[in-house]
Design a protein around this ligand. Structure first.
Ligand code: SAH
Length: 389
């Protein structure tokens, strides 16, 4: 047992002793769970559902202990949402192909490269390229070309994450060789029944294919990320706890997860009256991030933009309680309003410069430091790959 863990246990035993004198039952239970070495679905679901002052106590504990293991650094990834053309029809998403009310756009290569240079010059360290999902050859070829060009114009110094949906192993490999080294593909929910309540049940939206893609991404050599939406219609704390155990089981390197926010032009909008109130979805999302940090101390966790759509300080709260990656939006402003996955999306009307300034101040307010010019790779990735050699 290393010194830090020893101190942590000693601290929890001390807390249990004090609390047993006071008879504070919920806090006692939290402390009891925190002092365990492994967690059951029931433990996790209990933590995810916490409310009020018990929740405050829990979040503070996580905030304190995670700095001891991961440190204060958080990493920037400049996010470019370069196109909202999508071949999929997910029931929650504002850019689904059947939504005829959204204006479709595709940012040209030159503007994407300019945004990459902006990220590099502003010492962001990394970039995320995201778009709707397409599998046609002109699209996949274009991405390969773009990845190589981004590496060239930034002297190979900018790390590249991509989030471009389900593709064949061949394409994942081609993009990896062209320079992308991290891939984000959210499973959306690890519960198969719920998955088919939020997606059409057809070949284009096959749950097992998505799982297979995650396995392939790891095999190809990417730092692999996934994630879920929190507060979906019909979703329970138990299912969310199972999502966290799923992340542990598939041995992910990074997670991006945030609250579900209903969009009027999507089928799931019909359930809007059955959802948890927005504020509760936000709280549960933060509880999920904190609980994931407890379960997987060395992975990268992103503070999702959707958090900020509910609470103006949403992403900073996530940084305080477990997240260590933040993604300033550097999509050229003209098109930002059209990448509306959900309504009330923040920062759709400010330029990249303003976004960068406001974020650095916000990160400092959350008591964290920005790892300028660093790729900020997942520590977990190096542990899992070196242990196999
Ligand atoms: N084409 C990529 C990325 C798609 S959009 C892919 O298929 O993986 C990125 C993420 O936005 C989705 O994975 C989903 O989790 C999230 N998202 C979509 N609609 C949302 C909504 N209404 N509320 C919250 N998050 C949403």
């Amino acid at each position: 047992m290393n010194d830090y863990i020893y101190k942590r246990y000693r601290y929890y035993f001390f807390l249990i002793f004090i609390l047993s004198k006071k008879g504070a039952t919920v806090v006692e239970k939290i402390v009891e769970i925190l002092s365990k070495e492994s967690y059951t679905q029931e433990d996790l679901s209990y933590l995810i559902g916490l409310e009020g002052s018990d929740r405050d106590f829990y979040l503070k504990e996580i905030g304190k202990s995670y700095i001891n293991t991961l440190g204060k650094k958080v990493y920037f990834r400049g996010l470019i949402e370069f196109s909202n053309y999508c071949t999929k029809d997910c029931y929650y998403c504002g850019i689904r192909k059947s939504n005829t009310h959204t204006e479709r756009y595709d940012i040209d290569d030159e503007a994407i490269l300019e945004a990459a240079v902006f990220a590099h010059q502003n010492r962001y360290g990394s970039l995320v390229l995201q778009s709707g999902e397409r599998n046609d050859k002109p699209f996949t070829d274009r991405i390969t070309r773009l990845l190589k060009e981004i590496k060239t114009v930034t002297n190979g110094e900018l790390g590249i994450t991509i989030s471009l949906g389900e593709q064949s192993e061949e394409i994942y490999r081609e993009w990896f060789e062209a320079g992308a080294h991290r891939y984000l593909l959210r499973i959306e929910t690890s519960n198969e029944d719920l998955y088919y309540k939020i997606h059409p049940r057809d070949e284009a939206h096959d749950f097992h294919r998505r799982l297979e893609c995650l396995r392939t991404l790891k095999k190809v050599g990417y730092q692999t990320g996934t994630g879920v939406m929190i507060g979906l219609p019909f979703q329970t704390y138990e299912q969310l706890a199972a999502d966290l155990l799923f992340f542990q089981r598939i041995d992910v390197d990074m997670i991006g997860m945030g609250p579900f926010i209903e969009h009027t032009e999507t089928p799931l909008y019909q359930y809007k009256d059955q959802l948890w109130p927005l504020q509760r979805r936000f709280e549960v999302a933060i509880n999920m991030i904190a609980t994931l940090r407890l379960l997987l101390p060395d992975i990268n966790i992103a503070a999702a933009t959707a958090l900020q759509a509910i609470d103006p300080m949403g992403r900073e709260k996530a940084l305080r309680y477990g997240a260590n990656v933040i993604m300033p939006n550097i999509t050229p402003t003209l098109h930002r309003k059209d990448y509306q996955l959900y309504e009330n999306k923040p920062c759709t009307d400010e330029g990249a410069d303003e976004c960068a300034n406001c974020l650095s101040i916000r990160v400092e307010m959350a008591g964290r430091e920005i790892g300028y010019n660093e790729w900020g790779d997942s520590q977990h990735f190096f542990k899992r790959t070196s242990s196999k050699q």
